[in-house]
Design a protein around this ligand. Sequence first.
Ligand code: CA
Length: 248
Amino acid sequence: MTGSVRDPSIAGEADPSRASALCIGLVEDDADQSRLYTAWLEESGYRVLAFGTATEFRRRLGAASVDAVLLDWGLPDAEGPEVVDWLRHSAHAGLPVVFLTARVTEADVVAGLRAGADDYVPKPPRKGELLARLAAVLRRTGAANADPVLRDVPPWEIDTRQRRVLLNGDEVELTDREFDLAAYLFRRPGRIVSRDALLSQVWNLGSGVATRTVDTHVSRLRRKLLLDGEHGWRLTAVYQHGYRLERA
Ligand code: CA
């Protein structure tokens, strides 16, 4: 199954412009199907992290940072609803999930949605339908917000087009790297973001190196943007996981 697996440290490395693309976690044990869906998703501008088993997905999700999950119902080591149930009780509880399933009886669909999936697509999926449903789920959950100004965490505003951060309407001077880091974190309020994810997506570096660099930049960003709880949000370290922008 390793053939279908991509290392999160490599994703996006070759093309830094893709660092801002939404990332889809694909959990599918059939290597041919995994390759096919990966190709469809990448053609549509997504980045893809593929996992061959539920175990691998659980183990590696923490170090990755995905915006939605495409989940095969029938995995060798778990059934779809079990995986969704685990996800809903994990640090990634808010991640949108779309099921891929050959089981399309009403009872199955109800079970899947009741477990917490956001939508489902019958197998074999049609390319257009799969992409449309995924896009709809991302829109509904706010991940694909087209507004270039992020306002979900007031009183901060992140203008991703002009690359400016305002706090209570006043611009805060940031370096390019600090801005990228801020944009990444403010797109994911309340979610744990691992150091490895930051290294691969903000620095375009492999995992495991220079984690102190991440810590240093996070400290500086916390200081410059006053993310210490004083304005309702703080940027905290989550032991052994990474960082989280959370309500104070
Ligand atoms: Ca399967």
